[in-house]
Structures are given as structure tokens and as C-alpha cells.
Design a protein around this ligand. Structure first.
Ligand SMILES: *[C@@H]1O[C@H](CO)[C@@H](O)[C@H](O)[C@H]1NC(C)=O
Length: 234
């Protein structure tokens, strides 16, 4: 630009026409503002782009973590299920060893009749003791309270008379597990029978007369007892 023109312009601006120069100043400022706004908008757009990218990255990362966690939890779950199954098997193997069994011990005496029905339980009506309340003195049957090895004994005494006898048995869960015969032609006589059996919980055990002479049993006597007793060994 010519130096004279600049001078003129300066003079013009300072002296001659205030409003027109003011307009120029205004336009210049507006332009400047517009340029600054444009730069700002560009900056904002770029920031938004960056934010978008960061958000996308974050979402991807979260998705990845979610998948990894899911896989880990799945694995953990399967492993734990396997371990639990193992523990369960071990526990059931050890259940019998770990189980605290009740005290089972009973003794009953005094048949309620001299002439019990054959093959039915002989009812020993007097319970001397019965720790687990497993013997029923109204039916003559012992019911095993737990699985286990049991021992049973019965003593059979004959009533006074000629040719008395009784063929008797211990019956466990419907099976004969001891068989015996008490016989005496003219005098009182006792003998015993034992059985060792494995019983499941709820099995019944009783003594029965398979065959007998009439009025063969000693009922309630001070010196000779007809008895039925048993206990849980293990
Ligand atoms: C019969 O058994 C019940 C229950 O165990 C007992 O309370 C009762 O004393 C027994 N009876 C006799 C005569 O032993």
C-alpha cells in the first residue's frame, strides 16, 4: 500500500469521519470473533470426536472385561460344582464312620402267655430297660433305630410238667437267624439262643415259637426267666 494512502487513511480516521471508521473497526472485530468462534468450534468438534473415541474404547474394554469375567465365573462355577460333588461323595462314604449312633440296649422278660401262637412274636411283657425305646412290650417286636450290627439273645424256660418243649427262633426282618429247642421230659429247663445280624433302620426282630407242646413257657418266675434282649454293637 502506498504510504500516502495510509497517511490519508489515518488522517481520515482521526479527523474526518468517525462513524465510517467505527464501522470498519466493528467489521474487523466481528471477523476476528468469527474466526475465533470457528477455531473454537473446530476444537469442540475435535474434542467431541476424541470423547466419542474414548467412550467407544471404554465400552469395548467393559465388554471385554464382562466376557472375561463371565468365562472366569463359568469356570469357577464348574470347578466348584466338581469340588462339591467330590465332597458329597466323600461325606457319604464317611457318613457311617462319622455318624454318632444312639445307645441301643434292651432287656424284656415274662411272656404274657404260656401258650404263644406259633410263628407269631412271643410278647415279653416286662421291659427291664430299653435305652433307645426300640422294644415294644405290647407286640414283642424290636425295631432297629439305625443301620448297624446288632446282637440278640433269648432265653427260653419251660413250665413245670411232663414232656414240655418248644422249638423257638429269633426272627430278623422275616428271616430265622437263630433256631433252638428246649425240651425236658419231667423237669424245668432253660436254654438260650443268640444271633448277630446286620439290620437296616426300621427292621423288626422278635422271638417266636415255631412249634411247642401245650402251655410250654415259664411265664413270670423268680428263678428262671424267659427273656429277649439285644444291643447295637456298631
Ligand atoms: C412297656 O413299655 C413302656 C414303654 O417303653 C414302658 O413305659 C412300660 O413301663 C413297659 N411296661 C412294663 C410292664 O414293663
Amino acid at each position: 500500500m502506498d504510504i500516502h494512502l495510509i497517511l490519508i487513511c489515518l488522517l481520515y480516521r482521526l479527523v474526518v469521519c468517525e462513524p465510517q471508521c467505527s464501522k470498519f473497526d466493528y467489521e474487523e472485530k466481528t471477523l476476528e470473533k468469527m474466526i475465533r468462534t470457528e477455531i473454537l468450534v473446530e476444537q469442540i468438534v475435535s474434542d467431541i470426536e476424541q470423547l466419542k473415541q474414548q467412550t467407544n474404547d471404554a465400552v469395548l474394554t467393559v465388554e471385554k472385561i464382562k466376557t472375561e469375567l463371565g468365562v472366569n465365573f463359568q469356570n469357577m462355577h464348574s470347578e466348584n460344582a466338581l469340588k462339591l460333588e467330590e465332597y458329597k461323595n466323600t461325606m457319604s462314604e464317611w457318613k457311617d464312620l462319622l455318624e454318632i449312633k444312639p445307645d441301643v440296649l434292651f432287656l424284656a422278660k415274662d411272656p404274657t402267655t404260656q401258650s404263644p401262637s406259633t410263628n407269631a412274636p412271643i410278647i415279653f411283657g416286662t421291659t427291664m430297660y430299653d435305652l433307645s425305646k426300640s422294644y415294644d412290650n405290647t407286640t414283642g417286636a424290636f425295631t432297629s433305630p439305625v443301620d448297624g450290627m446288632y446282637a440278640f439273645t433269648t432265653q427260653m424256660c419251660l413250665a413245670i410238667g411232663t414232656g414240655k418243649w418248644v422249638n423257638y427262633a429269633i426272627v430278623a426282618n422275616g428271616q430265622y437267624v437263630a433256631n433252638s429247642l428246649t425240651y425236658d421230659n419231667s423237669y424245668r429247663f432253660c436254654n438260650t439262643a443268640q444271633a448277630f445280624v446286620f439290620l437296616k433302620e426300621g427292621y423288626q426282630v422278635y422271638v417266636t415259637a415255631r412249634t411247642r407242646s401245650s402251655s410250654s413257657l415259664r411265664e413270670n418266675h423268680g428263678h428262671e426267666w424267659c427273656t429277649f434282649s439285644g444291643m447295637l454293637i456298631h
